[in-house]
Design a protein around this ligand. Structure first.
Ligand SMILES: [Zn+2]
Length: 224
């Protein structure tokens, strides 16, 4: 008998797993046994930060650029599905991820997708410890993305069986990881850009405060 490898857990591990039943389930859904779920509510402040940043951009075509980046990702996912349908060798979890991406993309306004995915990337940079591993982060990105749509039923065309196959609402972690990676591919760098802009703005405020304090200090000395 061996014990669950999740820190602090004293239950026995099950089968060939290194975790107990509940940690195994959590690792499967979230990519890590101790990864907390990021709810829409939890993400809200970052979505607002992204909206604020977009609104402050001087380029009129900022949405066009963001939507263009996303459209490229959707096209790549369609390409994966086309290859799969043509019978070319494919990775199951990649096909599942591409299927989910295309499905949700067809059901949800582009801006909501962009705001959500970019907000997750910003959150990861601001609170790196919220995410146990990169895999756990990608799983959470995938979950928030899927959560944007309720038409998602997790079905896809199974080429070998020649029929539509249904999968669990919570697919295998590899599919979540693959989906998360696809989602952050173009939009992740936008999140990074926002972080840099915010940091620069904060630095400017700090510098101005410092200069003002110095000036007031000099003035006080002159009048003394
Ligand atoms: Zn456990």
């Amino acid at each position: 008998m061996s014990y669950c490898q999740s820190p602090g857990c004293q239950k026995h591990s099950v089968g060939y797993s290194q975790y107990c039943n509940s940690h195994k389930a959590r690792a499967g859904r979230h990519g890590h046994p101790l990864q907390a779920t990021i709810t829409a509510h939890r993400l809200k402040e970052y979505v607002q930060l992204v909206r604020g940043w977009v609104a402050r951009q001087r380029q009129d075509n900022i949405w066009q650029l963001l939507e263009g980046a996303w459209a490229g990702d959707v096209d790549r996912a369609r390409g994966i599905l086309a290859e799969y349908r043509a019978g070319r060798p494919s990775f199951g979890h990649e096909v599942q991820a591409a299927n989910d991406l295309v499905k949700v993309a067809g059901d949800v306004p582009v801006r909501r997708v962009v705001e959500t995915v970019v907000a997750m990337c910003v959150m990861q940079e601001y609170e790196p410890r919220t995410f146990k591993t990169d895999a756990a982060f990608w799983c959470q990105v995938a979950r928030r993305f899927r959560g944007l749509s309720d038409v998602h039923v997790g079905s896809y065309w199974d080429n070998t069986q020649g029929r539509v196959k249904r999968v669990y609402r919570d697919p295998k972690p590899q599919a979540g990881i693959a989906l998360g990676r696809m989602l952050v591919r173009s939009l992740g760098p936008v999140g990074h850009r926002i972080i840099l802009t915010e940091q620069a703005a904060r630095q400017r405020v700090a510098d101005a405060r410092h200069a003002l304090a110095k000036a007031l200090d000099g003035e006080a000395r002159q009048t003394a």
